[in-house]
Design a protein around this ligand. Sequence first.
Ligand code: AMP
Length: 633
Amino acid sequence: MTSYASFHARSISPDSRAAFWEEQARLIDWETPFDQVLEYDKPPFARWFVGGRTNICHNALDRHLPSRGTQNALIWVSTETGQERVYTYDELSAEVNRMAASLQSLGIVRGERVLIYMPMVPEALFAMLACTRLGAIHSVVFGGFASVNLAARIDDARPKVIVSADAGSRNGKVVPYKPLLDEGIALAQHKPSSVLLVDRGLAPMPRVAGRDVDYAPLREQHLDAFVPCEWMESSDPSYVLYTSGTTGKPKGVQRDTGGYAVALASSMQHIFCAKPGDTMFCASDIGWVVGHSYIVYAPLLAGIATVMYEGTPIRPDGGIWWRIVEKYKVTQLFTAPTAIRVLKKQDPAYLTQYDLSSLRLIFLAGEPLDEPTARWLTEGVGKPVVDNYWQTETGWPILGMARGVEVLPGKLGSPGKPVYGYDVKLVNEATGEDCGPNEKGVLAIEGPMPPGCLSTLWGDDERFVKTYWQTVPGRMLYSSFDWGVRDEDGYYFILGRTDDVINVAGHRLGSREIEESIASHPAVAEVAVIGVQDALKGQVAMAFAVLRRPEQAETADARLALEGDVMKTVDKQLGAVARPARVFFVSMLPKTRSGKLLRRAIQAICEGRETGDLITLEDPAALEQVRDALKGA
Ligand code: AMP
């Protein structure tokens, strides 16, 4: 058996890298074989499997049909509407072809963008696969986001068609999508030519004449459609997925075709240990990268079944996920630590009430996994819990345990070691030098990034280079913007972000975006938004706002009313996920003499830590105001 150390070394060494990835590339079908494994003559732009032509949808569906047509492909469970549907590979393929033909009838061809703003319904997955089938580029916008987020993404991706639905449902409450979508389109400069609508019958849905098209009748017209897969160059974009950074403008992470398919197929073998007949239940949302990779593409590329779940972990009760595991013989469960912290508060009997014998591994990602949560789950379920660390940008794990190669002991609190393909560095923020063991540094990656990682930012190569590759002094390294430390045994520990990104329940939010939304409230002059540690959600956002007319917040009642009003603004513009847990009113914010917001200092105060030496602080009274504001809270 190969040792993981040699497997990893082979995957990144310039002498063996090409041979290594050529082997991995055999996990998918190529219509035209590639003639070069890697082109890296214009760093940091890496092109994988150059000259090769393939199609992700072909690899996820068509190639399985002769051998697995009657096996389960998609298991959809909605505890919100009480529906369950199971699609075999044959049935899923038929649905994807119907959707592809429908999109084609609306003018979607190779290279065109399709924005998908959908709840967790099968049609969302059909639409994603239909796009890759047609060579169209999808941009999925998380259903919890609202109009301003939508408008920014519409203007950046310029979709010809938007696929949406009347409503989602959260905790038994209908969440209408259509009004937010209409508002998003109204705010955007770019207008889609059509909006394709799935009517779930959950909420009234006024149609815009000449633009809105109902999916049900269109699907009827294409019941027997077969749309051939468009053969794509390996480095052609498959999708764009927006994520938050330090500025208010979200970044369109662009993924390629061949590299992504290879990386995912390979990860299913080496990290997720998938075997024929397996069923993966990734309890994320298709709006996030984990959903793209491990609800939609990777399980299907591996030819196994995927569970798509609409609902919460505790409704109708805290046993629902374990019931799904039992009923569908789930083999791999994948979720975020927050969900487990929620389950931990439920009756422990749920853990022993169901037959979990099918389950082999539990994967957690998206935010730091705390030791008590990891221990509770490992001991309660009696299955290995595998933490893995990655980002929207990479599309698959950076740190983890490749148990399909070698089962190494895990360490509580650590996502593990660098995943094969990643040449991970920890560097000193100020000097750019490599850190030694147990020395805190910025987690960085030496180029070329492995297959599957972002090829650039949509329409903005310059921003891609500047944002990610030019922040480590003296070296061209990809920065993750996460702090980390490595112990003597080579295990990494993640210590939080180096930038202003907030991670609420595994959901990545930009403090700038929330600040811009709050600042659009007529009463607010300026505002600082920070992430504060939270026992359940990992972090929550808190806002400190300066009012145009301070007298507006003189009484407790007035403050409460204004706080509610500010929160409503955020709900309406960005969505409830971005709503701060609290909005405090102060008369000034801590800033440097050059006017830069000292978010770190506010965060330290909120978390009861020392602010450290703030030599650049303009007015210490601002810190006192933050402390005072928190007193009553
Ligand atoms: P996203 O791009 O939304 O997937 O968020 C990525 C960020 O989430 C990373 O940069 C980390 O800050 C955090 N993150 C993801 N997975 C982990 C993990 N296993 N442990 C610690 N932090 C994580």
